[in-house]
Write a protein that binds this ligand. Structure first.
Ligand SMILES: O=C(O)CCC(=O)C(=O)O
Length: 297
């Protein structure tokens, strides 16, 4: 599917004027994901890649998590989108309006991250649901959507995202800590894999895949000579404000920007990489809670 961007809506936060057709929205509800090929232009994604690769703060903020197979998963995370190029992507109308179509109402920015899956060393991600983590954060409903934006070409060789089609219908599966990552109950994942199609989310730079917070997903290690960096922007429904505080934000109105702000900001040095990175090791309590509950039996 190659969406045709219909242009920005005026006014209210939730104007439902995203890129998706009714068939796409129905596909998301059925399958738990939908692709938006070419959502970002080569100029937009080129600027994002250039800024990110030269961003010392992003590199220093990166946490490396042991994948249990001898490689490390590197990622940098930020809670508020900010006014730099990362924020312009996460706040762009073509992205946010489209998420709102899928969620069915106003959303806010829950956090974004850059996954730095480097050539030869980038680690694997265990099968999990995002809501498997986020459930711990006081969110009553799985009304969240993650959007993975390919910065580099994502192939099976360099560890593209893998999804189990329709797995969001299973509801939340138990998650246990394995190594430094929380993974979904393996017995259930193995059984689900006998019934559901495994989708390799191969993507070109600028492509995006939108997926439901209960969609089971994972990715392999990068054994290739090519990096596989991707930015993932996560959104929560405004109606699903967490009932308790956590390391990710409660409802904070999202100020959308016109799509051409991506290039304007990306080309202006001053504002290019303005964002406040989170300290995942200190702040992220989702996995720690799993570790504690395991300890409690
Ligand atoms: O980058 C990947 O391959 C997977 C990332 C992921 O699943 C996540 O951040 O929840």
């Amino acid at each position: 599917m190659r969406p045709v961007y219909k242009g920005s809506g005026e006014g209210e936060n939730s104007d439902m004027s995203g890129i998706f057709s009714e068939t796409d929205v129905a596909g998301y509800e059925e399958d738990g994901y939908v692709f938006a090929r070419g959502l970002f232009t080569s100029e937009e994604i080129g600027l994002l890649g250039e800024v990110a690769r030269n961003d010392q703060a992003l590199d220093s903020a990166a946490t490396a998590l042991d994948d249990g197979e001898g490689n490390r998963v590197r990622l940098s995370l930020w809670n508020h989108p900010g006014d730099g190029i990362y924020g312009m992507f996460a706040r762009s109308r073509k992205l946010v309006d489209s998420v709102e179509q899928l969620i069915g109402g106003e959303v806010y920015h829950y956090h974004s991250k850059m996954v730095l899956k480097d050539a030869r060393t980038g680690g694997a991600w265990a099968w999990h649901q995002d809501y498997g983590y986020w459930y711990q954060n006081g969110l009553l409903f799985p009304d969240l959507c993650s959007v993975m934006i390919a910065v580099d070409e994502a192939t099976e060789e360099n560890g593209c995202l893998q999804l189990l089609k329709g797995s969001q219908k299973m509801g939340r599966v138990n998650h246990v800590l394995s190594g430094e990552q929380a993974g979904a109950d393996r017995e259930r994942v193995d059984e689900a894999a006998k019934h559901l199609e495994l989708v390799q989310a191969t993507m070109s730079p600028g492509d995006a895949v939108f997926f439901h917070s209960n969609t089971l997903h994972c990715s392999g290690a990068n054994h290739s000579e090519n990096p596989r960096w991707a930015m993932i922007c996560c959104y929560n429904a405004a109606s699903n404000n967490p009932y308790k505080e956590s390391h990710h934000p409660s409802y904070t109105p999202l100020e959308k920007v016109d799509d051409d702000e991506i290039v304007r900001v990306g080309k202006s040095d001053a504002a290019r990489s303005a964002v406040e990175f989170a300290n995942i090791e200190e702040d992220d309590s989702s996995a720690k809670v799993l570790a504690e509950s395991e300890g409690e039996g």
